[in-house]
Design a binder for this molecule. Structure first.
Ligand code: GRF
Length: 203
């Protein structure tokens, strides 16, 4: 089973997936890492793990459609069973999302459907909300709106800052994302016409 991971930055989730693969716990192989930024530290992580890494600088494309067209080509060259968005900070076109429908996962730092979009930790703190967390979901055309398959809750303490919250959420991301990927690759987690299922049970 083949996995392509898309990143834009630090790549700590990518690292969690690489580590899981190293322990034979990923259920497949990361065959390529693609970044839309040349300075993404995740590219270093990929290289150190011996995984082919590709940069597609978004500035070199005239439109979102042109960029996504190039991205589709690069990804399909690697014939993935699953495409994993791991801190890929770009809105994808409907064409892209539909091309990989049912085999495209994202991780988002909030308890969806709450706090879609950017700066989730800051917004949670501003609102004084006490329950925060993360969600793993199949990607659909709706931004951060696809069906959720896994969530973990994080309690917000009085003295939490954006940084401490991010750290707490990310620690859980690193635990859960490799599990979601493995379950998908083992055929346990699926997106059916009626919605996502786990071992045949609707989520
Ligand atoms: C994660 O917090 C993820 O939820 C969000 O972007 C961040 C990526 O971090 N989509 P990293 O690049 O995996 O370290």
């Amino acid at each position: 089973r083949r996995v392509v991971v898309l990143i834009s930055g630090n790549g700590s989730n990518l690292q969690a997936l690489i580590d899981a693969q190293g322990f034979d716990e990923l259920g497949g192989e990361i065959v390529a890492v693609v970044s839309n930024r040349a300075d993404a530290y995740g590219l270093v992580r990929a290289k150190e793990a011996g995984i082919p890494a590709v940069v597609l600088p978004q500035g070199e494309y005239d439109s979102r459609e042109a960029f996504d067209g190039a991205l589709i080509k690069v990804i399909e060259r690697h014939e993935p069973d699953l495409v994993v968005l791991a801190g890929f900070m770009r809105i994808l076109t409907p064409r892209f999302v539909n091309r990989f429908h049912g085999r495209l996962l994202n991780i988002h730092p909030s308890l969806l459907p709450a706090y879609r979009g950017l700066h989730t930790h800051r917004r949670v703190l501003e609102d004084g909300v006490k329950q925060h967390g993360l969600s793993i979901h199949f990607v659909t055309e709706e931004l951060d709106g696809g069906p959720v398959v896994m969530q973990a809750e994080v309690e917000v303490d009085e003295n939490d800052t954006e940084e401490t919250l991010a750290r707490k959420v990310q620690a859980r991301e690193h635990l859960l994302y490799p599990i979601a990927v493995r379950w998908f690759l083992e055929g346990r987690l699926r997106l059916e016409a009626a919605g996502p299922t786990f071992d045949g049970i609707a989520l």
